[in-house]
Design a protein around this ligand. Structure first.
Ligand SMILES: NC(=O)C1=CN([C@@H]2O[C@H](COP(=O)(O)OP(=O)(O)OC[C@H]3O[C@@H](n4cnc5c(N)ncnc54)[C@H](OP(=O)(O)O)[C@@H]3O)[C@@H](O)[C@H]2O)C=CC1
Ligand SMILES: Nc1nc(=O)c2c([nH]1)NC[C@@H]1CN(c3ccc(C(=O)N[C@@H](CCC(=O)O)C(=O)O)cc3)C=[N+]21
Ligand SMILES: [Mg+2]
Length: 293
């Protein structure tokens, strides 16, 4: 079997059209644009790329982007002062602090200081709690993007065994929460999957992965998932983005796994573009709620 390639870029473009229309309606109704403040501290090259992609997406869908590029010797106190200013600014609907922060700054108090109503990454404990309880205010961008890829490709997760490799707060853990939800929480079909989460302490991981109908890799290790770890006919979602000497690659060994899987996301052009567009959705959602207050 040769897998169907799930074109994340094309799916993201479809969703962008929908968001563009909603953003235009918002502007017509309120006389102002939704605004996204992005804070980038330091000069990490990957972060520069991601933030630039987010800025460009804002321009395409009709969201005003407010960029804050700060030097890598910025202090935690300076960052806290900026967050307070953005929290109070009515032109700012959503706030994103790009991770990782420079080594000297603990991200937790910074992220916790973001107004939960503007927390478009869905990192604030209040928003994570709401997702966990199945009554989300925002949905975390990358896991939401993965669900959109599945939904818009006609791959139902209901009753399936979904195996996630990785338990980070940004990808693996919220992915598990969303896939196990009973009811529809994201405007796509209810997930209703049976979920297993693997991590670096998991014993006999290849055997667990081979039982997955849907295998989601969020590890951060190039080509970690090989064909022998994949059940024939499984859908494989590659969240990983690794910069190697041969360029960008995912956590999945695409060339071998595509011969076993029924569907697979490429890197680039898979999950990444969905992460960006779901951030746009959250920013618009934030603006709509704030306008209704
Ligand atoms: N496409 C997109 O939009 C996004 C892509 N990414 C990419 O996804 C990848 C993962 O990101 P992120 O979740 O932030 O990464 P983290 O480094 O925070 O988490 C990696 C996870 O993988 C687990 N892991 C590491 N090595 C192994 C191993 N040998 N066997 C099993 N599990 C292992 C870790 O286990 P343990 O917890 O035990 O340490 C951890 O839970 C990265 O490549 C990142 O660049 C991230 C965010 C968005
Ligand atoms: N506060 C915060 N929120 C995040 O959502 C966040 C973050 N910090 N830190 C880093 C990770 C990673 N991430 C990506 C965003 C866009 C692409 C993306 O646009 N990818 C394209 C292009 C990739 C490229 O050219 O490098 C693709 O996969 O096709 C990827 C990954 C968001 N993250
Ligand atoms: Mg990708």
């Amino acid at each position: 079997m040769t897998a169907k390639i799930l074109d994340g870029k094309a799916i993201a473009q479809q969703i962008e059209v929908e968001i563009h229309e909603r953003a235009a309606a918002f502007e017509a109704r309120t006389g102002r644009r939704p605004g996204l403040a992005a804070v980038l501290v330091g000069d990490d090259p990957a972060s520069q790329v991601y933030v630039r992609n987010k800025e460009r997406a804002c321009a395409r869908v009709g969201i005003q982007s407010h960029m804050h590029r700060l030097p890598d010797d910025t202090t935690a106190a300076e960052l806290m002062a900026l967050i307070a200013q953005l929290n109070a600014d009515p032109a700012v609907s959503g706030i994103l602090v790009q991770l990782p922060l420079p080594a000297g700054i603990d991200p937790t108090p910074i992220l916790d200081a973001i107004d939960p109503a503007k927390d478009v990454d869905c990192f604030h404990p209040q928003n994570v709690g709401l997702v966990s309880q199945g009554r989300p205010r925002f949905l975390p961008c990358t896991p939401h993007g993965v669900l959109q890829i599945l939904h818009r490709s006609g791959i139902s997760a209901a009753g399936k065994h979904a195996v996630i490799i990785g338990r980070s707060e940004i990808v693996g853990k919220p992915m598990a929460l969303m896939l196990m939800q009973k009811d529809s929480t994201c405007g796509s079909s209810a997930a209703n999957a049976t979920v297993t989460v693997c991590h670096s302490r998991t014993a006999d991981m290849p055997a667990i992965c081979r039982t997955a109908d849907i295998l989601i890799a969020a590890i951060g290790k190039p080509k970690f998932v090989t064909a022998d770890m994949v059940k024939p006919g499984a859908a494989v979602i590659d969240v990983g983005i690794n910069r190697t000497d041969d360029g960008l690659c995912g956590d999945v060994d695409f060339e071998s796994v595509k011969e076993v899987a029924s569907a697979i996301t490429p890197v680039p052009g898979g999950v990444g573009p969905l992460t960006v567009v779901m951030l746009m959705e959250n920013t618009l959602r934030a603006a709509e709620w704030q306008a209704a207050q």
